[in-house]
Design a protein around this ligand. Structure first.
Ligand SMILES: Nc1ncnc2c1ncn2[C@@H]1O[C@H](COP(=O)(O)OP(=O)(O)OP(=O)(O)O)[C@@H](O)[C@H]1O
Length: 286
């Protein structure tokens, strides 16, 4: 497994059976041991599915177990109870054909843009020349042609995010797991990256789990939005987003009546949980 702060690519990425990349969580409970040795329940009985090629966003209050859920799908961690299946197989170790994108955008600072993007194929054993040719193509696809020899510190935040996106997609993953990938970007850059992600996703169609605190982002991007309860997180509701594809500009779709209707409906459900989680932090009961 190649690991960087923002991108993890499993060795078999690109060789996964795309047609079989259905993600299925069934009755998933995850407990952690606290430093004092007590069991802490992070998620309880989480059940939902992501169909092959589907874009699923997960929203929920802070600390409800979203990242924990993602790590169980990735195979980086295992459930205490319940099952996580990908393509019909129980997840056991790093899930094949999976790429990640996280909020942190720390690429390997000593490698160039091309070197960072080529890492996935190189780790898969692809020859250097072939890996570099593929990386060059992906650098172009994310709009960074001409920046191949730059190092990460010479790029803007949005450009670094593009490098991370190319590095995540170069292996043509059947599953793409994203944990607030655009959370640290300014509003305009975030919108540009959302549009670019949608364009690339429509070309490759991996199954996506996209964690975000931004409900507008979730509705604009996803086919399905899962709302989690305050911790221990379980699934409160699942909404199908019936906005047409291709979505076009995320800035424009936000003004569509159907978008506003869905957003309002989901916010009603989400805000209850956010308030419940907040009340807990302030010591109020709910
Ligand atoms: N390795 C661990 N050991 C102990 N507790 C953990 C561990 N990982 C996560 N937790 C706890 O599990 C809960 C869920 O954490 P998680 O990071 O999954 O939440 P989240 O919904 O992603 O939060 P946020 O929205 O703030 O990123 C938190 O209370 C967290 O402290």
């Amino acid at each position: 497994m190649a690991v960087r702060d923002d991108v993890v690519t499993s060795p078999a990425a690109g060789r996964g059976d795309r047609a079989g990349a259905r993600i299925e969580l069934s009755g998933v409970t995850k407990r952690f041991l606290t430093p004092s040795g007590e069991a802490f329940t992070a998620t309880r009985d989480v059940t939902f599915a992501v169909e092959p090629g589907q874009f699923c966003a997960v929203v929920g209050p802070t600390g409800c177990g979203k990242s924990t859920t993602l790590s169980l799908v990735s195979g980086l961690d295992r459930p205490s109870e319940g099952s996580v299946r990908v393509g019909g197989h129980e997840v056991d170790g790093i899930t094949e054909g999976t790429s990640f994108m996280f909020q942190a955008d720390a690429l390997l600072p000593w490698k160039t843009v091309l070197g960072n993007v080529a890492m996935g194929p190189v780790f898969r054993g692809v020859g250097k020349k072939q890996a570099q040719a593929a990386a060059r193509d992906w650098v172009r696809r994310v709009g960074l042609a001409g920046f191949e020899d730059h190092h990460p510190h010479q790029l803007s935040g949005g450009m670094r995010k593009r490098v991370a996106m190319a590095a995540a997609l170069i292996n043509e993953p059947s599953i793409l797991l994203m944990d607030e990938p655009f959370g640290a970007l300014d509003v305009q850059t975030k919108a540009i990256m959302q549009n670019e992600l949608l364009t690339l996703w429509e070309q490759l169609r991996p199954a996506v789990i996209f964690i975000t605190h931004d409900l507008e982002e979730a509705v604009a991007l996803a086919d399905r939005v899962v709302v989690m309860t305050s911790g221990p997180g379980s699934v409160k509701a699942v909404y199908d987003i019936d906005l047409p594809r291709p979505r076009g500009s995320v800035q424009t779709i936000r003004f569509e009546p159907r978008f506003l209707e869905l957003h309002h409906q989901i916010w009603e459900s989400l805000s209850e949980e956010v308030q419940r989680a907040y009340a807990r932090t302030t010591g109020e009961t709910s």
